[in-house]
Design a protein around this ligand. Structure first.
Ligand SMILES: [Zn+2]
Length: 383
């Protein structure tokens, strides 16, 4: 896809406010009314805050500890930017404040959707708000996918590669799901060698200006240390690129790839096939998101799905800019969708019914679904 040729993209361009790209964590004067106070609405509200909206009004009853936890997180991110109103009778009053007409709002969705569907729905809503509905004053319909099944058994050991916005959204989504899914003790080892830069600020939930210059894994660990209390999460971090020896020493049940380059994807895939470990991989462009669930001896690995080995070689020859180099505000939304699809894949894997084809989302086509699967490959045996 070549985004600049799309007329909707051309008419908006990269989202800027007063000449400052949203990439820099700018705040704009637009406000949004999110008529859904479940997990999907809260993730959407967080995404809109990250995208730079001045005020986000959340409307609807708050139910369950997941949304409560997310509300607390939102307040820590930007105090006062998110207001929650449980009483639907205040809709007209809110509409006057936010500039959104009451007839543009929708009734809240039924509660009970999982964190994966919430992240997907929220990312779609943020995408829609930023690029299709336009600013300012947007009301967001949200469209959760079907709820994932409950009752997943723990404990679970994850080796998570990539502490960028998609990787941390995945981790936050996993924590938000812990009240709904019976994951027992959750042990995560998170690795990333990058530091937090200004261009990262508008798309990651767990860091702010105070983390600039810090290693991403340290920013994630310090934030989660204050909000994951009582969650059963054991988080260790490594300030390094993917290291096969470190992965083997950790002995994960599942390896999760949330990286933005093919070299790392190829290395992670080689380790997973050699060691016979399930691999969840996800990524995005400004307008699309995708997740893969590779199961040893049951489905194709990333060599067949994404040609990771060839693309890693191409990448080495030419300077490549992944989504991490893009200034687009849309990455806020598609990152959330990618993380949600990855989480979706993890839950499907844990309940023994992983999708064999890629999970796909395309903002411009307005589509989402599962791609036709590739045949199972022999890489699992050869390593
Ligand atoms: Zn293969």
């Amino acid at each position: 896809m070549n985004p600049p040729t799309d007329p909707r993209y051309a008419s908006h361009g990269p989202v800027t406010v007063d000449g400052v790209a949203l990439d820099q964590g700018a705040v704009c004067n637009a406000s949004a009314l999110v008529p859904q106070a479940g997990l999907a609405g809260l993730f959407a509200a967080l995404g809109l805050q990250l995208a730079g909206l001045r005020r986000v009004y959340l409307l609807g009853p708050t139910l369950g500890p997941g949304p409560l936890w997310m509300l607390g997180r939102a307040e820590r991110l930007r105090p006062g930017a998110l207001s929650h109103y449980p009483d639907l009778r205040t809709a007209a009053q809110l509409a006057a404040v936010s500039g959104v007409a009451p007839d543009q709002t929708l009734a809240p969705e039924a509660p009970g959707h999982g964190a994966a569907s919430a992240l997907v729905a929220a990312g779609m809503a943020v995408d829609r708000a930023l690029f299709l509905a336009g600013l300012p004053g947007v009301a967001l319909p949200t469209t959760p996918m079907e709820a994932p099944s409950r009752g997943l058994a723990g404990p679970l050991r994850l080796f998570l590669v990539g502490a960028g916005s998609a990787g941390t959204a995945f981790l936050v989504g996993l924590l938000a799901a812990r009240w709904q899914l019976e994951i027992g003790e959750l042990t995560v080892h998170l690795v990333d060698h990058d530091a937090v830069e200004p261009r990262n600020l508008n798309r990651c939930m767990v860091w702010d200006q105070g983390h600039l210059g810090s290693l991403k894994v340290h920013a994630v660990a310090s934030t989660l240390a204050t909000i994951a209390v009582g969650s059963g999460l054991r988080l260790t971090v490594g300030a390094e690129r993917f290291d096969p020896e470190a992965a083997s020493a950790f002995a994960p049940d599942v390896v999760v790839s949330a990286v933005d380059n093919y070299r790392a994807r190829a290395e992670i895939n080689a380790w997973a096939t050699r060691n016979g470990k399930p691999l969840i991989e996800f990524g995005c462009s400004p307008f699309t998101a995708r997740a893969e669930v590779c199961v040893p001896w049951r489905s194709a690995c990333l060599r067949e799905r994404l040609r990771v080995d060839e693309l890693a070689q191409d990448e080495a020859r030419e300077a490549s800019g992944g989504c991490g180099r893009r200034a687009d505000g849309a990455v806020v939304g598609s990152n959330m969708v990618a993380a949600g699809l990855g989480l979706w894949g993890l839950f499907a894997l844990l309940r023994g019914d992983p999708p064999r084809g890629a999970l796909l989302y395309d903002l411009l086509q307005g589509t989402r679904g599962v791609a036709r699967p590739k045949a199972v490959c022999l890489c699992w045996e050869k390593g």
